[in-house]
Ligand binder design. Structure first.
Ligand SMILES: *Cc1c(COP(=O)(O)O)cnc(C)c1O
Length: 473
């Protein structure tokens, strides 16, 4: 493909994407295909001769689109959002166009330095402690996901605790890490991969609001110490996945400070709320954290993948993850004057992801981002009020941010049936969880274009389907 053909095809692709967004509300949010359906419509082997862009787009329309669940639909309320915006898409396109692999500073200084600058901006934007800035001892780095941030944090904590020997000698089976029963499953995965072992990960009990009980944490740590274990890592969450609960950061932080345990804060979803000062009381004590992460690719209008991860002391990361084979040696690295982000995470190669984040922040401005976050929170409160005022549904937890957990009074089986019935209409898509053993429906309101009209439609649909199902019983 020549540059002039690319110019032509590229414009058509932009048109295709713009058309997609204009028509997205006419498509069933949840893909209605059956397992294997898409695969079976694709040829079993690759084409011997090259094909045209037209043929490819034709197949996208006919074969691929029916198998798409429309995450960018304003009627998408499932899981957590993975929202998006046009400035972000354009930034990502530019990153593809430049095709930079930014593993070390020398492989594209702008890739490293823009990322450092944007990550420093975000420290101020989210009200995070100054120690996370590159101008201090810390610094931020973009990771693919919160799962990778958790793994990076736990490995760095492991190294720090073993005086930087676990990389050499492996891990003795005595290190123990702490999460709550509500912590995201990625922490269990991280504990397994990091060689800590699932049996050395303690799930601490939560209170009535699904937040970790600091007293229970303290008691478990005391018990473990008595039993000869070495506590080393605690993960606290701001906005758990099931119910958006917030762990008491300050109390947990003090326990960590006293014992010199690494405190990682997982704010993957709800960290975005910290753009607005009125939510920052939820992260009181954040200055006690050793590391913190949130996902702009969830709620901050930045397309997947983009997780922001900060540490209070970058030397812990660098001492843990540094590798310097001969073929990567260079003057800039040796001078110590630059960051080589390959030493800040698991993988070597890295995309120029800060471009899309930079585009998003500059397009909206801090006030624009705050506006949209507040709108989503306002919508969630409206929805919660409708649930509360209804006779058939219960509000399970008062929403702190933009997630509403509710259930129909008719019980677990009914709730699942209701959810499946509503989702099968293709009008909206929402999902469930379990809290205290009971099925709970979740409306996660964070799609970039969701407004009051969409939410009213959703509530009306849920009410209608619930009544139909009750009558049919
Ligand atoms: C979504 C989520 C994760 C995992 O996110 P990935 O970026 O997909 O790894 C972890 N923790 C919390 C609290 C989340 O909401």
């Amino acid at each position: 493909m020549t540059p002039s053909q690319f110019r032509e095809e590229g414009k058509k692709m932009i048109d295709w994407i713009a058309d997609y967004y204009e028509g997205i509300e006419n498509m069933p949010v949840l893909s209605q295909v059956k397992p294997g359906e898409i695969k079976n419509r694709l040829p079993g082997s690759a084409p011997q001769q090259g094909e045209t862009m037209e043929q490819m787009i034709d197949d996208v329309n006919k074969i691929i689109m029916p198998g798409i669940t429309h995450w960018q639909s304003p009627d998408f309320y499932a899981y957590f959002p993975s929202n998006n915006s046009f400035p972000s898409i354009l930034g990502d396109l530019l990153s593809s166009g430049l095709g930079v692999q930014g593993m070390i500073w020398a492989t594209s200084p702008a890739c490293t330095e823009l990322e450092t600058r944007v990550m420093d901006w975000l420290v101020d934007m989210l009200g995070l402690p100054g120690k996370f800035k590159s101008t201090s001892m810390g610094g931020g780095v973009i990771q693919d996901t919160a799962s990778s941030s958790a793994l990076t944090a736990i490995v760095a904590a492991r190294e720090k605790t073993t005086a930087f020997k676990s990389n050499e000698n492996g891990v003795a089976g005595k290190l123990v890490a702490y999460v709550s029963t509500q912590t995201h499953s990625s922490l269990e995965k991280a504990a397994k991969i990091a060689g800590i072992g699932k049996n050395n990960l303690r799930a601490i009990d939560v209170d009535g609001n699904f937040a970790m009980k600091p007293d229970a944490l303290k008691a478990q740590i005391e018990k473990d110490k008595k039993d000869g274990f070495t506590p080393f890592f605690v993960c606290a969450t701001i906005g758990t996945t099931s119910s958006n609960a917030v762990d008491p950061i300050e109390e947990i932080g003090k326990i960590c400070e006293e014992g010199n345990y690494w405190l990682h804060i997982d704010a993957a979803m709800s960290g975005t709320a910290m753009l607005c000062p009125e939510f920052r009381h939820h992260q009181k004590g954040v200055e006690l954290a050793d590391s913190y992460c949130f996902n702009p690719h969830k709620w901050m209008f930045t397309n997947f993948d983009c997780d922001c991860f900060w540490v209070a002391d970058r030397n812990h990361l660098i001492n843990t993850f540094s590798i310097l084979p001969e073929y990567l040696k260079n003057k800039a690295t040796e001078s110590g004057a630059v960051f080589d982000y390959r030493d800040w995470h698991i993988q070597l190669g890295r995309r120029f992801r800060s471009l899309k984040l930079w585009f998003v922040i500059r397009h909206y401005g801090v006030e624009g981002l705050q506006f949209h976050v507040r709108e989503h929170v306002r919508l969630a409160r409206d929805f919660a009020r409708w649930v509360d005022e209804s006779t058939d549904f219960d509000l399970v937890v008062e929403p702190l941010f933009n997630l509403v957990c509710f259930s129909h009074k008719a019980g677990d089986t009914f709730n699942i049936k209701l959810m499946d019935t509503v989702n099968r209409t293709g009008e909206i898509y929402f999902t469930h969880t379990r809290l205290n053993g009971k099925v709970v429906l979740r409306m996660s309101i964070g799609q970039s274009n969701t407004n009051e009209k969409h939410l009213q439609k959703a509530w009306k649909l849920i009410l209608t389907k619930a009544r139909e199902l009750i009558l049919r019983r």
